[in-house]
Each structure stands twice: as structure tokens, then as C-alpha cells.
Design a protein around this ligand. Structure first.
Ligand SMILES: N[C@@H](CCC(=O)N[C@@H](CS)C(=O)NCC(=O)O)C(=O)O
Length: 209
């Protein structure tokens, strides 16, 4: 089995944290995104979408999506459960995970990729070049502000994002909040519940992944 990673990129960090929480070690290959290694013939043969993370199983199957990889490891190593147990919890965890991805992760990506000078014509990841649209960067910044407020309201009465225990919804939210911080969109001072939660989940050893 081989895990294709990039130590500085947020998407594979979601998987690294997931694996750390489960105590799973996987042989890892670093893909140098800064120098365009994702476009090499060798890596495109692994993932034609030219993105990380990717997981290659021993039988040759390739899983080329962060959540797809987590689904695989959750099934292979159910403990501790990070995607919920039973119909109700699984549905609630999936809902918050997707919400954090849609309203948070994609919003930071919109803000960051449409404004970073080194990403001109790389406004979206993947094999095709797309020009930056400054108005999308502005919209992304607004959306990140709304995401911070939304999660603050949620965490005012919930210990973790999807309820009483730590799940993949916390992982997506943590990676999003840290990615936003790197993009100069820190948690606003007044979002005290989100700050409380962020300090709590950042103190877990897995957050270093
Ligand atoms: N489908 C992928 C997308 C992951 C993704 O966007 N990865 C980024 C790193 S965070 C990437 O590989 N970017 C390559 C590029 O910008 O060319 C997933 O969610 O797993």
C-alpha cells in the first residue's frame, strides 16, 4: 500500500489526521506540488486528476479522494469510529463533514487560489489551468467569515462539530480553520466557542499530522 501525500497541503492533511487518530501507519510518498510533480507522467498514471491525496492498494486499486480514503480505512479499522456508529450518528457526522467542506474548505480554497500570486492560472486544482478571478477571492473571504460564525454558533452548544465525540467533521473543520489562518483569515476574536474548540482539537497529538 502507498499513500501519496504532500506535507504542506491541506487535503492530504485530512487523511494524515484521520490515520493518526486511528494509529495507522502507511508507507508514504511525498509529491512535490510546488515543483509540479503532480503533472509528471509517473504521478498522472497514479491519479489522472493530478491531485493529492491518493492511496494505492496492494491489488492496484487507487483511491484518489480524501474522504474516499477515509471511508476505506474506517471500514478496515473501525476503532475508534470517526464516521459515526449506527444510522443516526453516521448521518449527522456526514452532514457536518459535508457542510464544513462546502461552506468552509471550498470557501478558503476560493479565497486563496484566486489571490495567491504563485497560483496564477491555477485557480482550481486538477489537470486544467483556470485563470484567477479576483471577485471570487473576495467572495471566498466573505464566505469564510460566515463559516466561522456558523461553526461558532454550532459549537456554542456542542462539544465537537457533530456532537459529543471527535469525528471526521472535526478533522475537516480543523484543517479548514488552519488553512484559513494561513490565508490570513484567522478565527475572529468574538468567536469564543470556535476558539475553545480549536484549542481543544489542536492539543490532540493527531493535529501535528
Ligand atoms: N479530490 C481531491 C482534491 C484534493 C486537492 O485539491 N488537492 C490539492 C492539494 S490540497 C492538490 O493536489 N493540488 C494540486 C495543484 O494545485 O495542482 C480530494 O479532496 O481528495
Amino acid at each position: 500500500m502507498k499513500f501519496y501525500d504532500c506535507a504542506t497541503a491541506p487535503s492530504p492533511r485530512r487523511v494524515r489526521i484521520f490515520l493518526a487518530e486511528k494509529g495507522i501507519g502507511v508507507p508514504t510518498v511525498q509529491v512535490d506540488l510546488r515543483n509540479g510533480e503532480q503533472f509528471s507522467t509517473q504521478f498522472r498514471a497514479i491519479n489522472p486528476d493530478a491531485t493529492v491525496p491518493a492511496l494505492e492498494l496492494d491489488n492496484g486499486t487507487r483511491i484518489v479522494d480524501a474522504i474516499g480514503i477515509c471511508v476505506y480505512f474506517e471500514a478496515m479499522h473501525p476503532q475508534p469510529p470517526l464516521m459515526g456508529e449506527g444510522a443516526e450518528e453516521k448521518a449527522v457526522v456526514a452532514t457536518w463533514q459535508r457542510l464544513a467542506e462546502r461552506n468552509g474548505f471550498y470557501a478558503v480554497m476560493e479565497a486563496f487560489r484566486n489571490s495567491t500570486p504563485g497560483l496564477k492560472n491555477r485557480a482550481l486544482p486538477g489537470p486544467h489551468d483556470y485563470a484567477q478571478i479576483p471577485a471570487l477571492a473576495e467572495r471566498g473571504r466573505l464566505r469564510v467569515g460566515h463559516f466561522h460564525e456558523q461553526m461558532d454558533a454550532r459549537l456554542a452548544h456542542s462539544e465537537f462539530v457533530a456532537g459529543a465525540r471527535y469525528t471526521i467533521a472535526d478533522i475537516t473543520t480543523l484543517v479548514t480553520v488552519d488553512f484559513a489562518g494561513r490565508a490570513k483569515l484567522p478565527i475572529p476574536e468574538e468567536c469564543s466557542h470556535l476558539r475553545r474548540w480549536h484549542a481543544q482539537v489542536s492539543a490532540r497529538p493527531s493535529a501535528k499530522a
